[in-house]
Write a protein that binds this ligand. Structure first.
Ligand code: GLU
Length: 306
């Protein structure tokens, strides 16, 4: 349990695939409010490991947008593209301990295994990895590195079932072995996978509290498993409500969310705050942020559960 102000480190970790939109400001604001309400530090990490999806200049634009809203990080932002050595170190630790293994499967081969087993995964569900290469590549070239989920690191029993607590969503549980399978640490295109980068960075930066959008909640059990096999601490998690677009789908850069309109940053903050059930009548940006921190503190800084 982390006492308020004592060692709290939070972060906002945008992928620079475009400017912030109304949905990403909600996550940014919530993580900033939580850090300020706990008297902690707030960091910004640019998650640009997936280079082909990144847009040149989006990182600087995001930092400008945050600054326009009065959300200033307490340290210089770091970029994942410069932290490959950290991820390589984590992967080699996992390989040495027998948790990571090479995989030679293509997507088509993975689908064929499930078809042969008579299992058909619905289109919207990510196909779990069937474990084909756990016992070796059978002469095929290595494509990716995967993390073993067949054995519990704590008990040695079969499977990995993660029970965890989200400060907003409550108790949750996922059978990582059955629902996800051995997941990718280094991708077939040679890039570091999000799960390995985020877990390595959260630990290296001493992150104690992760506050991010609810679309990432089902990644949390994978990240907790990875923390456990790497011997790293698990932060507290709070997943914020998503903002939907006019079509009812989650607002995202992929479905054409408009960049934040910062001609009136206070209006943007009010809208993001309303989404977090934070309403304050303050009519300057500084007063609004100060009031919002006090309201957030009253609501989310319960010593017993964060
Ligand atoms: N980079 C991720 C995103 O923009 C967020 C990762 C995280 O907060 O863990 O969706």
């Amino acid at each position: 349990m982390t006492a308020p102000g004592r060692g709290y480190v939070g972060r906002f970790a945008p992928s620079p695939t475009g400017p912030l939109h109304a949905g990403s400001l909600v996550a940014a604001l919530a993580s900033w409010l939580d850090a300020r309400a706990h008297g902690g530090r707030w960091l910004v990490r640019i998650e640009d490991v997936d280079a082909p999806r990144c847009v040149t200049g989006a990182d600087a634009l995001i930092l400008d947008q945050l600054a326009a809203c009065g959300l200033q990080p307490d340290d210089a932002p770091v970029s994942q593209s410069r932290r490959g050595a950290l991820y390589a170190q984590a992967l080699s630790q996992l390989q040495r301990a027998g948790w990571a293994y090479p995989c030679g499967c293509t997507r088509t081969e993975i689908d064929a295994v499930w078809l042969a087993r008579g299992v058909h995964w619905p289109r919207h569900v990510e196909t779990p990895y069937p474990g084909t290469c756990r016992c070796g590549l059978a002469g095929r070239p290595e494509r990716a590195q995967r993390l073993l989920t067949a054995v519990s690191p704590a008990t040695g029993a079969a499977g990995v079932v993660i029970a965890w607590h989200d400060r907003r969503l409550g108790a949750a549980r996922q059978d990582v072995c059955a629902e996800v399978g051995d997941f990718v640490l280094r991708r077939a295109d040679g890039l570091w996978a999000y799960q390995l980068a985020v877990v390595s960075d959260d630990a290296a930066q001493g992150i104690t509290h992760v506050v991010r959008g609810e679309d990432l909640a089902d990644n949390t059990p994978r990240q907790i498993h990875l923390q456990r096999v790497l011997g790293l601490p698990t932060p507290f998690y709070l997943h914020t409500p998503l903002v939907s677009g006019a079509n009812g789908e989650k607002l995202s850069k992929q479905n054409g969310a408009l960049p934040l309109d910062l001609s009136d940053p206070l209006a943007a903050l009010r809208a993001a705050g309303a989404h977090l059930a934070i309403h304050t009548p303050a009519d300057t940006q500084a007063a609004w942020l100060q009031d919002a921190v006090a309201r957030w503190r009253g609501r989310w800084c319960d010593l017993a559960c964060d």
